[in-house]
Design a protein around this ligand. Structure first.
Ligand code: NAD
Length: 256
């Protein structure tokens, strides 16, 4: 029973993070939201499930702001029982053309932020002898694509960190696992579809079909709701001994 526990979901103002926050809220989990853009709309969607929700706008590329967010969670919710490291960005370019500032931002937001939240959440989880760390990696945490060296590096790193943390906590009630989505139709992927349509002078509809065809045998997007369901499973007693895994929902992408 997850009722009354608290989850911090980084990057939960949109997309996958919001979907996960909503599915956890359906289980009675209070939510510390984080992320940019519109806050009130997504906050209302979470609060509709009768849980306590507060937003902290920490920039995940800034360790001092992450520390402030963790203190905010401790002060307002007692601590973080379920940590979902989800905030992430993408940039596509070949390595020799990759802007060094974009490389640093991707490593900071997609990888380093999870180190900071995890180290700061751990003392409370150890004290409770219960905790769930769920890292939103990617199919790109398991295999690579051209043009995504920074993202692939960060996501493989995140899967590696998940395994180390799982081993450090193996004899406790704390588990750490990663979820590896294939394509999910969020703002992050819509931009790649729009870029593809413009680059190849094709319709957005055709670009969407081509994007799926290229990587995903199911030809279907995974939904944020489905990923939320996986997160809820990781939080359930059935998953008490699931440790250090990287579970894909990728329509067969990494089975090829
Ligand atoms: P999205 O752009 O819809 O959401 C990203 C969220 O992160 C937003 O809430 C945004 O405000 C927040 N964010 C971005 N930079 C931030 C920063 N510096 N500090 C704090 N918050 C920040 O994208 P999404 O597709 O929902 O992506 C969520 C996660 O899922 C990312 O880690 C992404 O790599 C991963 N993922 C996405 C897909 C996909 O197909 N969409 C596939 C695999 C993995």
């Amino acid at each position: 029973n997850l009722k009354g526990k608290t989850a911090l979901v980084t990057g939960s103002t949109s997309g996958i993070g919001l979907g996960i926050a909503i599915e956890l809220a359906k289980q009675g989990v209070n939510i510390v939201m984080n992320g940019f853009g519109d806050v009130e709309g997504p906050k209302a969607q979470i609060a509709a499930h009768g849980v306590k929700v507060q937003h902290h706008g920490a920039d995940m590329s800034k360790p001092a702001e992450i520390e402030a967010m963790m203190k905010f969670a401790a002060d307002n919710f007692g601590g973080v029982d379920i940590l979902v490291n989800n905030a992430g960005i993408q940039y596509v370019a070949n390595v020799e053309d990759f802007p060094t500032e974009r490389w640093d931002a991707i490593i900071a937001i997609n990888l380093n932020s999870a180190f900071h939240t995890t180290r700061l959440a751990m003392p409370y989880m150890r004290q409770k002898n219960w905790g769930r760390i769920i890292n939103i990696a990617s199919a790109h945490g398991l295999v690579a694509s051209a043009g995504k060296s920074a993202y692939v590096t960060a996501k493989h790193g995140l899967v590696g960190m998940t395994k180390s943390v799982a081993l450090e906590t193996a004899t406790t009630g704390i588990t750490a696992n990663a979820i590896c989505p294939g394509w999910v139709l969020t703002a992050l992927v819509q931009k790649q579809i729009d870029d593809r349509a413009a680059r190849e002078n094709i319709s957005v509809e055709q670009a969407t079909k081509d994007l799926l065809q290229e990587k995903e045998p199911s030809l279907q997007f995974t939904t944020p709701e489905q990923l939320g369901g996986m997160a809820v499973f990781f939080c359930s007693p059935a998953a008490d001994n699931v440790r250090g895994q990287a579970w894909a929902s990728d329509g067969g992408w990494t089975a090829q």
